[in-house]
Design a protein. Structure first.
Length: 185
């Protein structure tokens, strides 16, 4: 078994230990999806507050990638690859089922986890009107919910948005509206 696969199994175990991993399909996705392919470089904060770039050429890079932690990919904008347990928490709440078509915004790792679960032809990463309607829409972060999402998710479909870190909002489409279903804090 390759080193990254062993580390991915360890990551799945760490996510399960947080109590957010409830279904075997997401554990399988965590164990089979190479997170390192999506973060060839990231930044770690030094004790003095500056950022140190870490790449695949550095010792410890692979171990850092498979920790259950967010990875800062741009220290200027604070863009990151989200904490895996946060992604799984969102995916579990989204109630994805076989055959669903999902629009995903955020890190590539999220899209890869969904593609492992549903197949790559069922996951879309941009606002592709020609592929609508979607069964589910998931957004890692948003300050507003685009009105277009009400048109692009099917009747009864779900939209899950992290309005602020940790403030998850689950919406359901009814007629031409997105109705608050749950706040998952």
């Amino acid at each position: 078994m390759t080193t990254w696969r062993l580390r991915a199994q360890g990551l799945a175990g760490a996510v399960a230990a947080e109590g957010v991993l409830r279904t075997s399909v997401w554990r399988e996705a965590l164990e089979a999806t190479p997170r390192h392919a999506f973060v060839p470089r990231f930044y770690l904060r030094r004790p003095d507050g500056t950022w140190a770039e870490t790449t695949s050429a550095d010792d410890g890079w692979l171990a850092e990638v498979y920790r259950n932690e967010p990875l800062v990919t741009d220290p200027v904008t604070l863009s990151s690859s989200a904490k895996p347990s946060r992604l799984v928490r969102m995916l579990e709440a989204l109630d994805v089922r076989d055959g669903h078509r999902v629009l995903a915004t955020g890190c590539g790792y999220l899209a890869a986890l969904l593609a492992h679960r549903l197949g790559p032809d069922r996951v879309f990463t941009h606002r592709l009107e020609e592929h609508a309607p979607f069964d589910r829409i998931i957004a890692l972060c948003s300050t507003t919910i685009p009105w277009a999402w009400a048109r692009h998710v099917r009747e009864g479909g779900l939209v899950l948005v992290d309005l602020e870190p940790g403030n998850l909002v689950l919406l359901t489409r009814h007629a031409d509206q997105l109705v608050l279903t749950a706040e998952l804090n």
